[in-house]
Design a binder for this molecule. Structure first.
Ligand SMILES: [Fe+2]
Length: 277
């Protein structure tokens, strides 16, 4: 059994016939600052684990969370596991859960659904947006976070029209019909094969145009999309590891970058966005 679950996994498990027992293990001071936790969760003081751990039913599957999915919930998960409790902690904690819920409530998420994007597509869009925002917040100067969020949520809009390399172009077309801003359309159009330059466009079956990135936000959206693929394929334990080992993971898994030129573009982006920090 994994020691963690993502906010999206928790959301799906809570809606299932066998929801986990969710325990809020934030420190008392943190909880005072923000009383609202994940709906349905019971709070237990992480410092008093000895007192309450014995009360957990032996058959229960437990999900614990703290503020950011750091040492507090990791420690509680570890202690519960040692007592034989089936426990996992929520990656990114309450912060990641709340951000995911906010993204699901975003007007752009409603737009995706209205255009026929399935639930699975929405979950991918939300994950890419969460990753893209995390990468963007680490940059200096700070990119336009609104553009990063919108570009990431809407990047695969075109998949309702085309499932191949043309879904970026198709998405930009559809987005234009829907009145989306040009900067968002660029994020959508350029994410496929990570910013294809003019001379390579036709080789990918794209119109003969320059799809190179001009804004850092476009680059971040496409990079986050690939990080999401790495996580979905189980090639990294979490976002931090995926970001850290990105070039080697891509090099070892040919199906991810698909060709040498795309791999080289990803490597350039990784150097630009991740080093030095
Ligand atoms: Fe895509």
């Amino acid at each position: 059994m994994s020691t963690t679950l993502t906010p999206d996994e928790l959301r799906r498990e809570l809606a299932s016939a066998t929801p986990p027992l969710v325990i809020d293990v934030r420190r008392a001071d943190d909880r005072k600052l923000r009383p609202q936790g994940i709906p349905g969760a019971d709070w237990r003081d992480p410092l008093l684990l000895e007192d309450w751990a014995g009360g957990i039913p032996a058959s229960a599957e437990v999900a614990v969370y703290c503020v950011r999915g750091g040492s507090v919930s990791k420690n509680v998960q570890d202690q519960l596991a040692r007592r034989g409790v089936k426990a996992r902690y929520v990656e990114g904690g309450l912060a990641a859960w709340s951000e995911g819920e906010a993204l699901r409530a975003d007007p752009d998420a409603a737009l995706l659904l209205s255009q026929g994007v399935p639930e699975k597509g929405l979950a991918h869009a939300v994950l890419v947006a969460q990753i893209a925002l995390a990468v963007a917040r680490d940059q200096s100067p700070q990119p336009d976070l609104d553009l990063v969020r919108r570009g990431a949520l809407l990047h695969d809009l075109g998949k309702v029209r085309d499932m191949g390399n043309l879904h970026g172009v198709a998405g930009a077309e559809l987005g234009r019909e829907l009145g989306l801003p040009e900067e968002v359309l660029d994020c959508i159009e350029k994410h496929v094969r990570h910013g294809v330059p003019l001379e390579q466009a036709e080789g990918y079956g794209l119109p003969r145009r320059d799809f190179s990135f001009t804004r850092v936000e476009e680059r971040i959206v496409s990079y986050a999309d690939k990080l999401a693929d790495i996580l979905a394929a189980g090639l990294a334990a979490g976002m931090a590891e995926a970001r850290e080992r990105f070039p080697e993971i891509l090099a070892a898994n040919a199906s991810l970058a698909k060709d040498e030129a795309t791999l080289a573009r990803y490597s350039d982006s990784w150097k630009l966005l991740e080093q030095p920090r």
